[in-house]
Design a protein around this ligand. Structure first.
Ligand code: PLP
Length: 442
């Protein structure tokens, strides 16, 4: 098929995510290798968002492809009720990489159903019904995960599930007050959260769910002490602490899991994306030994036909092995430091860059109209003139593929990117930000 034919057929028969269907112009991608994508005209792009921040090992990884083929030759699918080698092995590998307090895994198809099951498990285990989560969060688009999501993508589900309560994020850059230190910021946010927990009735709260580091909504990195502060609230009131590591897990932050950066042990961890890097889709929920033991004599009322799909588990095993053998964590820390330096330089140079936030190879460039007032380049929840999509198109025209959310550009390349490739890509970003500077100066 020609590129044009693919595009026409796609638009005629596919419904695309989060979009008005009548105004779409999807790129036609025909090849992907390493950190690169090629469109049907042969133009090459650097995949600077790792697709949806899931292609951690890049495209065309032979180890993973061969593992899937080998498993496919053996058997592609058998029911989750059986004990299967790939599922058993991968569950052990997941638990081996988590804190020693964690016990077992329930596999899902992706991130949303990982969160669905995480909140179900917390409700079953505690016998309570309320779930607290934050406004600037995305946890998936299904009904439960969409209801714990705080940003506008939850609106289509409203009125939401009773007892799902939102609290404010530790978004220091946009806080109405300023703080002298990270510890002071932590005191502020934890005091407010504790107060809100009191008002909600701690005995009714099953879980507090957080993206350990907020991803799509702008790489919001909690101040020092914040997560231990949430842990303490959870411990004081018997509330389950659920860390959503769907985007932040699996080496993205320079640690295997984002929560390791903050010296905290969650009760429940949801994960997806980087466990297989999309070679076959997979997600899961890891629970503490205590929770796992509870389900020894209580029914785990969760089930999915494809829980722990053998092909996905084979891909997951190869993927986790690859992180180790290719020393991905060390690489992320080295190249991530370069990304941070470059972004600090962009913030200093460009009038349109209000803030940069980065951890490992995961970062956000927050665009403003005015650095002093911090007025966002586009208003929250709206971009009527398509300003952000025009910026993304400019990047794309120069071979830099990524996406934006609100007034934020995501920079999260595959974790195999070299320093040279990163510098080449960020020079493109620099050029485009010059154009945005010129635009806001008008
Ligand atoms: N949780 C987080 C933090 C995410 O970033 C996402 C997706 O981007 C999800 C959950 C949902 O994952 P999925 O799209 O696999 O359902």
């Amino acid at each position: 098929m020609t590129g044009q034919e693919i595009k026409e057929m796609d638009l005629q028969y596919n419904l695309h995510s989060w979009a008005k269907q009548g105004s779409l112009h999807p790129m036609v991608i025909t090849k992907a290798e390493g950190i690169y994508l090629w469109d049907s005209d042969g133009k090459r792009y650097m995949d600077m968002s790792s697709e949806l921040v899931n292609s951690n090992v890049g495209h065309g990884n032979r180890d993973i492809i061969e593992a899937i083929k080998k498993q496919a030759d053996l058997f592609c699918f058998l029911s989750p009720a059986f004990a299967l080698e790939p599922r058993a092995k991968l569950a052990k590998m997941v638990i081996d990489r988590m804190p020693d307090t964690m016990g077992k895994v329930f596999f899902t198809n992706g991130g949303a159903d990982a969160n669905e099951n995480a909140i179900k498990i917390a409700r079953m285990y505690t016998g309570r019904h309320k779930i607290m989560s934050r406004y600037r969060s995305y946890h998936g688009s299904s009904f439960g995960a969409g209801n714990i999501t705080g940003e506008p993508r939850r609106y289509a589900l409203e009125p939401g599930i009773p007892g799902f309560v939102k609290f404010f994020d530790p978004y220091v850059y946009r806080e109405a007050v300023s703080f002298a230190s990270e510890e002071e910021a932590t005191r502020f946010y934890i005091t407010k959260l504790r107060e809100q927990v009191q008002y909600e009735g701690p005995d009714s709260i099953a879980a507090i769910v957080m993206e350990t580091v907020t991803g799509s909504n702008g790489i919001i990195i909690p101040p020092k002490g914040y997560l231990p502060g949430v842990r303490k609230i959870c411990d004081d009131y018997g509330i389950m602490m659920i860390c959503d590591e769907v985007m932040g897990g699996w080496c993205r932050t320079g640690k295997m899991f984002a929560f390791e950066n903050f010296d905290v042990k969650p009760d429940i961890v949801s994960f997806a994306k980087g466990i297989t890097c999309g070679y076959v889709q997979l997600g899961g929920v890891a629970v503490s030994k205590k929770i796992a033991a509870f389900f020894d004599d209580h029914v785990l009322s969760c089930g999915l036909t494809y829980s722990g799909h053998p092909l996905a588990c084979a891909a997951g095993i190869a993927c986790l092995n690859y992180y180790d053998t290719a020393h991905i964590l060390e690489h992320v820390n080295e190249v991530g430091a370069v990304l941070g330096e470059i972004e600090e330089g962009l913030k200093e140079k460009h009038a349109c860059v209000g803030d940069v936030r980065y951890i490992g190879l995961w970062s956000a460039i927050e665009l403003v109209k005015d650095k002093a007032t911090k007025e966002a380049l586009v208003p929250y929840g709206k971009d009527p003139d398509g300003v952000m999509s025009a910026i993304i198109k400019k990047l794309l025209a120069k071979g830099f593929f990524t996406y934006s959310h609100e007034n934020i550009i995501m920079v999260a390349p595959p974790l195999i990117i070299t320093e040279e490739q990163l510098r080449e890509a960020m020079a493109i970003m620099d050029d485009v930000l010059c154009e945005v500077d010129a635009m806001i100066a008008l």
